[in-house]
Design a protein around this ligand. Structure first.
Ligand SMILES: Nc1nc2c(c(=O)[nH]1)N[C@H]1C(S)=C(S)[C@@H](COP(=O)(O)O)O[C@H]1N2
Ligand SMILES: [Mo]
Length: 316
């Protein structure tokens, strides 16, 4: 397996760093200040990020950083769990801009710096449950998606939010060649009230540092009560729309993956049970310990009301 050392990294690749450094000076109660700022640029892969602790964090023990950054799903870099860590070095997360359009009063194309300027970064330790039956606990750094959506002033007709990942075959080996596992761009969507929920964040970092490419640099969605695939990576477009937008996994297999994809131990995937899960780092194979999967991934108290009166078996 080839792991590139990134001799190509430029100082511009870590521009968000200066933003964070400035913020670090003004934030009280900051956590997660790493030492990589002191490393020579050549070897700097991530920059330290300061963030305020959040009351929304779980007190469960975070998954080892090595596991969370080497066991990934990011099909733009291949379908093997090891592919993203091995191949995402070619992704250039800076400069980066995100187009925010659709049913909003103030559509805009914002650079990552524009997006982060007025934002207070928080550390949110969340459970992440993949539809495949494994889970992790990840200390994200990010901010509520609602804060960004409010800035573009949604119109009353906006009912859903659609998201798109980068398409750049030169940097994403999964997007070139004969076997391409998914249609591109990878797309996802949320109902507007789900997108505005305070638990829904856009993450720019994890483990006290900027996001590694394999985890969706420089900006990815995190929706902790939904299966992992809803948390779309390396976002370049966010559109407010009137009708339910297409989503990649539903388009691929409608009977297996629905629009909602809320974590639900009572509704099995047609090919396997969703009642339990394996926490990454707690053994594997025959020795894997399995934990019960919790309704809404354990966030029911905060989100169940969004679905009151809905048949969650029909709306999987
Ligand atoms: N663009 C894009 N986003 C994606 C995926 C992908 O293949 N492409 N995989 C999803 C899946 S299936 C999961 S479980 C999570 C994994 O996030 P992690 O690698 O940071 O743990 O990312 C989601 N976001
Ligand atoms: Mo997943």
């Amino acid at each position: 397996m080839l792991i590139r050392n990134r001799p190509d990294i430029a100082s511009s690749d870590i521009t968000p760093h200066s933003v964070y450094l400035r913020r670090r000076d003004i934030l009280a109660g900051a956590v997660g200040i790493g030492v990589s700022a002191m490393l020579p640029l050549r070897t700097a892969r991530a920059a330290p990020v300061a963030a305020q602790k959040s009351a929304f964090s779980t007190d469960e023990t975070p998954t080892r950083r090595e596991d969370a950054t080497s066991y990934n799903n990011f099909y733009e870099f291949g379908t093997d769990k090891a592919d993203p860590a091995a191949k995402a070095g070619s992704l250039k997360p800076s400069p980066w801009s995100v187009k925010i359009d659709g049913l909003v009063r103030k559509p805009a194309t914002m650079t990552l710096e524009d997006i982060l300027k007025p934002v207070m970064l928080e550390e949110r330790i969340y459970r992440l449950r993949c539809v495949e039956g494994w889970s992790m606990v990840i200390p994200w750094i990010g901010f509520p998606l609602a804060d960004l959506i409010k800035r573009v002033e949604p119109l009353g007709s906006a009912k859903y939010v659609a998201f798109e990942t980068l398409v750049r075959p030169e940097e994403m080996p999964g997007q070139r060649g004969l076997f391409q596992p998914l249609p591109w761009p990878y797309v996802e969507g949320l109902r507007l009230d789900e997108a505005m929920h305070p638990l829904t964040i856009l993450a720019t970092g994890m483990y006290g540092e900027t996001l590694p490419n394999q985890n969706g640099a420089p900006l990815r969605l995190v929706v902790p009560w939904k299966y992992g695939f809803k948390s779309i990576k390396s976002i370049v477009r966010i559109s407010l729309v009137e009708t339910q937008p297409p989503t990649t996994w539903k388009a691929l297999a409608d009977d297996e993956y629905g629009f909602y994809s809320n974590v639900n131990p009572e509704v099995d995937h047609p090919r396997w049970s969703q009642a339990t899960e394996r926490r990454i780092g707690e053994g594997s194979g025959l020795f894997a310990k399995r934990r019960p999967t919790l309704m809404f991934n354990g966030y029911g108290e905060q989100v169940a009301h969004l679905y009151s009166g809905m048949d969650l078996r029909a709306n999987y």
